[in-house]
Design a protein around this ligand. Structure first.
Ligand code: 5AD
Length: 466
């Protein structure tokens, strides 16, 4: 499932920074060994992989483009839904022979945490299993592997530490991710994250701002602050900077022009965040605020800690802002016990809010979660029916909303160039994809003013205003 605003961009070429990393000392043992990381799941995982790559680079490993060419292969896994979790086992199946070729195969992330040493049973050729709450131990685990140890694990989640690296390999040339809070303490009944990523722990505001300053110096103008519940950020240092104050401070760092943040939990979403967005134009005009359901009864069963009305109050805060802020969401259909009437309430909430984008999913039972034992499961076929209805409704909403933008001019951070001549693509501040024509020689990484000429449900088309 891709985000409705996402399109595949052409390979980034001339002028694009391919990756950046700082220099460090390399221990000899691993020098020249090659690695490949495949990442599944959320942006948090993408960024964890960037940091894991940093750890490997700092030890002297060298990145290669394919698992075939790699001596060390890591899968950074996702277990948010059953399908995502299965993917890694099909990958591991393909690499059975890796053992003979002397390859080191590691499983990282949420499936690693969830399945633990069971992974060695299912795939005996795996030699490293490490959950995200133990990434700090990675250098130590790698050292053991380099010394020839066959099986190493990092499976503790009982930690108050965050994963900070000396070196981070940034894979996106124009948007830099940075984690500000790890783990999750909300106990949503459907969700594995509290069990796979451990308790909530925030980085100090000083450490976050240092990293943003370094990113500004490296030439990044867009940063995205990450956390499973990013707005639950609590500065552990005596400064006690609030999330809204941190957003503002990040937006004031020299060179930073767009600050994004994801994902927000409605419970911790307050007026101060909207006020910060209104006051500081460097904060991008977009809030991703997962609702999950429009029925208070289902929200209670999901242990979401807010009602339909409470959620709509948060939406009103955003809609009443001076700036026009795009709103996107996540929705689950077919949670146990969801009636037709509950589902209708979700559809009516979508009509009320008029989201600019929505990720929607069929409920998938997950190990360890409270919802696993709830009665009244919804048949797969019925979940599929509800999902199709919901997605069609959202498509119509997006089409109408996007059509209303024709004629307006937006600033686009240009991220891609199409094979077709004079065609470029990027995102608006509100995170809409805008494909546009321009005779300019090279726009990659620049901000362009673009007038919208046509609109579809998932993207806009326009022309460069010069
Ligand atoms: N089944 C279906 N969707 C889920 N999500 C999280 N857990 C599940 C599950 N068990 C969805 C939620 C969340 C998004 C990242 O994934 O909508 O916001």
């Amino acid at each position: 499932m891709t985000h409705p605003f996402d399109v595949r961009l052409e390979a980034l070429t001339a002028g694009a920074r391919s990756s950046s990393c700082e220099q460090t000392q390399r221990p000899r043992s691993a020098a020249g060994r090659t690695f490949f990381i495949e990442t599944f799941g959320c942006q948090m995982n993408d960024h964890d992989s960037e940091k894991v790559a940093g750890v490997l680079l700092a030890r002297g490993y060298r990145p290669v483009d394919s698992p075939d060419a790699a001596q060390v292969i890591f899968y950074n896994t996702c277990s948010i839904r059953e399908k995502a979790a299965q993917k890694v086992f099909s990958r591991l199946g393909q690499f059975k022979a890796g053992q003979d070729a002397g390859k080191v195969i590691g499983v990282l992330g949420c499936v690693a945490q969830q399945e633990g040493e069971e992974i060695f049973e299912r795939a005996p050729w795996v030699s490293l299993v490490c959950g995200s709450a133990s990434y700090r131990k990675l250098p130590e685990l790698l050292a053991q592997i380099e010394e020839g140890k066959r099986r190493v694990t990092g499976l503790d989640t009982d930690t108050d530490e965050t994963f900070e690296t000396e070196v981070t390999r940034r894979d996106h040339p124009f948007r830099a991710y940075l984690t500000i809070i790890e783990g999750c303490d909300k106990k949503c009944a459907f969700c594995v994250v509290p069990y796979t990523r451990g308790p909530e722990r925030s980085r100090s505001s000083a450490s976050v701002l240092d990293e943003v300053r370094r990113l500004g110096d490296l030439g990044y103008s867009e940063v995205q602050l990450l956390g499973q519940t990013v707005n639950s950020y609590r500065d552990p240092s005596p400064r006690r900077v609030s999330f809204a104050e941190l957003l503002d401070a990040v937006g004031r760092v020299p060179g930073i022009r767009r600050v994004r943040f994801t994902t927000s939990h409605p419970r911790d979403f307050g007026a101060d965040i909207v006020q910060a967005m209104d006051a500081n134009p460097a904060l991008a005009e977009h809030v991703h605020l997962p609702v999950q359901s429009g029925s208070t009864r289902v929200l209670r069963a999901m242990q979401r800690t807010y009602t339909r009305e409470g959620y709509l109050e948060k939406i009103a805060l955003i809609r009443n802002a001076r700036r026009s802020i795009g709103i996107t969401t996540d929705i689950i259909v077919g949670f146990p016990g969801e009636t037709e009437a509950d589902f209708e309430e979700t559809l009516s909430l979508m009509d009320t809010v008029q989201y600019d984008g929505a990720f929607s999913f069929k409920y998938s039972p997950r190990p360890n979660t409270p919802a696993l034992h709830l009665d009244d499961p919804i048949p797969e076929e019925e979940k599929g029916r509800r999902l199709a209805i919901l997605q069609e409704r959202q498509r119509q909403i997006q089409t109408r909303r996007n059509e209303a933008l024709v004629g307006q001019v937006f600033e686009v951070l240009v991220e891609g160039k199409s094979r077709r001549e004079n065609q470029w693509a990027g995102h608006t501040s509100s995170n809409r994809v805008l494909n546009f024509s321009s005779p300019a020689e090279n726009l990659l990484g620049e901000y362009a003013q673009v007038r919208v000429t046509r609109a579809g449900p998932n993207s806009l088309v326009g022309e460069h205003v010069t």
